[in-house]
Design a binder for this molecule. Structure first.
Ligand SMILES: Nc1ncnc2c1ncn2[C@@H]1O[C@H](COP(=O)(O)OP(=O)(O)O)[C@@H](O)[C@H]1O
Ligand SMILES: [Mg+2]
Length: 259
């Protein structure tokens, strides 16, 4: 197979799942936020995580790249257990791109600098190579003409596309997107979803927390429905939306689809 001009796929080829989450539990004090979570994500798979507010979706994402510790169970990425600290943890974080609801760009760096900084520091790319690749990625998300501006000069939708380009610049094996369109004005949501659909079609492994059912139907291989810290249900989007099995999922869908 020809490698694409701008490769975005993680390496590692084997048929084994990229992410394996095995009997994971997590408490915040008395609050049991992740309850016996077991699931896995295959290479190239797009998993949409949905569920009511407070059900543990963000905590799960954060646990996957070690922004949160877990109490028990295990999470492996590409066969490796999550390191707790040090250089190995930095490497793992570089392998897992993360895009948050709030764009989290460096305010005093240009758009291009936002995309080149980590590849230069962590991947040791030369400035020239990092900028070449950075411009390719900005082009890919449709903001190459904004490269010299500061983030505040861009719209929210443009900033979130820069955040996606920035996460891709590290050649991650996986990207986690936690409600990437929730902070956007409605007219900007689609430009970000279109970029995400493109990534999904190109074979990027993605875990996406979103209530955008259009995206889930178009791009997801699987929907994971969480409630009260548990995975209540996992199904293809077609199955899940047309025939949710659990009462919680039925109730949740009736609320979000009522509008
Ligand atoms: N750092 C924290 N300390 C204490 N409680 C937290 C913390 N982060 C999240 N929680 C609680 O954990 C639960 C799950 O939160 P979260 O994972 O953010 O849910 P979701 O993303 O599905 O809305 C919620 O009850 C939330 O209030
Ligand atoms: Mg959340």
């Amino acid at each position: 197979m020809d490698s694409p001009a701008t490769p975005i796929r993680g390496t590692g080829g084997a048929a084994a799942p990229l992410v394996v989450i095995d009997h994971v539990d997590k408490h915040f004090g008395d609050l049991h936020v992740l309850r016996d979570i077991t699931t896995s994500v295959a290479r190239g798979e797009v998993v949409v995580v949905i569920g009511p507010s407070g059900s543990g979706k963000s905590t799960l994402c954060r646990a996957i790249n070690r922004l949160e510790t877990i109490d028990s169970g295990s999470i492996t990425i590409d066969g490796k257990e999550l390191p707790s600290e040090g250089r190995e943890l930095a490497t793992l974080r570089a392998d897992v791109g993360m895009v948050f609801q709030s764009f989290n760009l460096f305010a005093h760096k240009t758009v291009l600098e936002n995309v080149t900084l980590a590849p230069m520091r962590v991947r040791k790319l030369s400035k020239k190579d990092a900028e070449k690749r950075g411009m390719e990625l900005l082009d890919r998300v449709g903001v190459a003409n904004q490269a010299k501006k500061l983030p505040a000069q861009l719209s929210g939708g443009q900033q979130q596309r820069v955040a996606i380009a920035r996460s891709l610049a590290m050649d991650p094996k996986l990207i986690l997107l936690d409600e990437p369109t929730s902070a956007l004005d409605p007219e900007m949501i689609n430009e970000v979803l279109d970029v995400m659909v493109g990534l999904a079609r190109d074979g990027m492994t993605m875990i996406v927390v979103t209530h955008e059912m259009g995206f889930a139907r178009k791009a997801a291989d699987r929907v994971v429905f969480m409630a009260d810290g548990r995975i209540e249900e996992e199904a293809t989007p077609e199955e899940f939306f047309s025939n949710p099995k659990s009462p919680r999922a039925k109730d949740f869908l009736s609320k979000i689809l009522a509008h």
